[in-house]
Write a protein that binds this ligand. Structure first.
Ligand code: ZN
Length: 445
């Protein structure tokens, strides 16, 4: 028997706030928002003058829906505030001497921007992460090998504090040195791996190359973040099969740590609704969309002290389900995780097509590599300027394979699954540009 199986019977910890009924939760959110916005009207170098300019005061917040009278806060506002007030910008809101930690964005689209945490913010962060661990049945007795990056960015330290609080022993392994990672798993009996889906997959391949079977290791749980893979069914299934373990999605960004995490039901990551108030809005109109409809996730901190944000435009497209989960939690779930970036969503003949959906099909096609590119060029538009089809570039792994056959098969799969036409170009392996950061899947030509 694998040692991890003994741990699975650990009692389920459920913070009472996680099972509040919706009315109680909304009452709580409104009370917290009133306190938070009154504080920002007083102390925030960004929001105080903004509220004054708008002639808005917190007395106008009579229901949660009233929050929509305030504008969104975009990344460009944050970056712009740093230009106006260097080096920290206008969002810190507490005296610098009260800040205990500063992390930075990965800077894939702009220069790295900072975000801040007070002692209480760090404590809250660890508590929320520990909640995810409990929801995944991870705790005392577990050995967690954390392979997120520890420097600059938020990944490693946040997970470490959370899993420690949940009772696990954490190894701060970082994302380097494959050999040592493997030795550590097999020497110390690691039961849980944390990392990006791409690194976790790479590690399994490296384990196999050494004549070992990752599925026969002590690893029983995998917590993945940083990339959307854990909620892409084909990617999740592949990783679960490779390691013989359950894989869970953890979603967060620099500004909101964490946003949502999977429970054992794997029915979509649960939002932390007592930490951030979530709106799902139409990418074009900014108006709220009903549950079940894809929209951009917009978040407001309910009690963060340092760097609090109001109506933060994450740019991530999600689908919300607010019905209670079979695990007993009532906090809403993001079904299918993050579907993609609003900027990357294509609307083809009225069908929303995300790169993640294409990724699912590319990775299921034997003979194709993992890289792909969606090309936006003149060929994909009809005379009226609407997208009529997609143009996809992929790579074949075997030079001898018949490119036309692979293209035809993928075109057919896309038509069948997504109901859109596709022109698929199959290129020799290594043709498409690799990125060491998060890959750009949509290119405009
Ligand atoms: Zn659940």
């Amino acid at each position: 028997m694998r040692s991890g199986a003994l741990i699975a019977a650990a009692p389920l910890h459920l913070d009472p706030v996680e099972s509040w009924d919706r009315a109680t939760l909304e009452e709580f959110q409104l009370a917290k928002l009133r306190v938070q916005l009154a504080r920002l009207a007083q102390d925030s170098a960004h929001y105080a003058p903004l509220f004054r300019r708008l002639g808005w005061n917190v007395g106008e917040l009579r229901s949660l829906a009233d929050l929509s009278r305030l504008p969104f806060t975009h990344k460009s506002d944050y970056v712009g505030s740093i230009g106006a007030q260097t080096p920290f910008g206008k969002f810190m809101t507490v005296p610098q001497s009260d800040v205990r930690r500063m992390h930075f964005s990965s800077g894939t689209t702009t220069a790295p921007t900072p975000q801040f945490w007070t002692e209480r913010d760090l404590d809250r962060w660890a508590g929320l992460y520990a909640r995810h661990a409990h929801a995944q049945g991870i705790g005392a007795g577990d050995i967690v090998q954390c392979m997120f990056t520890y420097t600059w960015f938020v990944g490693g330290l946040g997970a470490t504090a959370g899993y420690q609080r949940a009772g696990a022993m954490v190894i701060p392994a970082g994302s380097q040195d494959t050999e040592r990672q493997i030795n550590t798993i097999f020497t110390y009996g690691t039961t849980v791996l944390c990392g990006t889906p791409s690194f976790i997959t790479h590690l399994a391949e490296e384990v196999s190359k050494r004549g070992l079977d990752p599925a026969a290791s002590t690893v029983r749980g995998i917590m993945m973040g940083g990339e959307p893979g854990a909620s892409i069914p084909a990617t999740r299934r592949r990783i679960e099969a490779l390691w013989g373990a359950r894989a869970y999605d953890a979603y967060g960004c620099l500004e909101f740590q964490p946003i949502a995490g999977d429970c054992e039901a794997q029915a979509g990551p649960h939002l932390a609704e007592d930490f951030a108030y979530a709106e799902i809005v139409d990418a074009d109109t900014g108006r709220a969309v009903p549950d079940g409809t894809p929209g951009v996730l917009v978040l407001t901190h309910l009690d963060k002290q340092a760097g609090p944000l109001v109506r933060w435009w994450t740019g991530d497209v999600v689908v919300r389900d607010s019905t209670p989960c079979s695990c007993g939690r009532t906090h809403a779930r993001l079904v299918g995780g993050v579907r993609g970036r609003a900027d990357d969503m294509l609307v083809v003949r009225g069908v929303n097509v995300f790169p993640s959906a294409i990724e699912e099909l590319v990775r299921k096609t034997a003979g194709l590599g993992d890289e792909y590119q969606l090309v936006i060029d003149a060929s994909v538009f009809d005379a009226a300027g609407f997208m009529k089809s997609i143009h996809l570039r992929v790579e074949q792994t075997e030079p001898s394979a018949e490119a036309e056959k692979l293209a035809a098969q993928l075109t057919q799969d896309i038509k069948q699954r997504l109901q859109v036409g596709a022109h698929v170009e199959v290129l020799p392996f290594g043709t498409l540009t690799r990125s060491t950061h998060k890959a750009r899947r949509v290119v405009r030509e």
